[in-house]
Ligand binder design. Structure first.
Ligand code: ZN
Length: 102
């Protein structure tokens, strides 16, 4: 079945810093999985996307607990060492809102 879903504006795939979102800007994402999928697609080469449970992180707008997604260097060390963070996102399932905090 053909469906003409309205396409959201997306930044060009080639980005100077490799990441899709500027820090501290909230954006709407339907699910945590979708955020992870999007990050998997936009992450720079040599990095890994990982969902990390961090307790006591609450969304300031609704006080619900947030999930944390980190992007860090992989074992190739191409971009960063595995213990160095490339970006950190938090996702609020209640608001369907994600924010990049690093
Ligand atoms: Zn929220």
């Amino acid at each position: 079945m053909m469906k003409a879903a309205p396409k959201k504006k997306r930044p060009a795939s080639k980005m100077t810093n490799g990441m899709a979102h500027p820090p501290f800007q909230e954006f709407q994402v339907k699910t945590l999985d979708e955020l992870v999928t999007e990050l998997e697609k936009s992450k720079p080469a040599g990095s890994l996307v990982e969902v990390t449970p961090i307790e006591e992180m609450h969304h300031t707008s609704c006080m619900q607990e947030m999930s944390t997604v980190v992007v860090h260097g992989d074992e190739t060390g191409l971009l960063q060492r595995p213990d160095e963070l490339v970006a950190v996102y938090q996702y609020c399932a209640a608001c369907k809102s994600a924010v990049r905090i690093l």
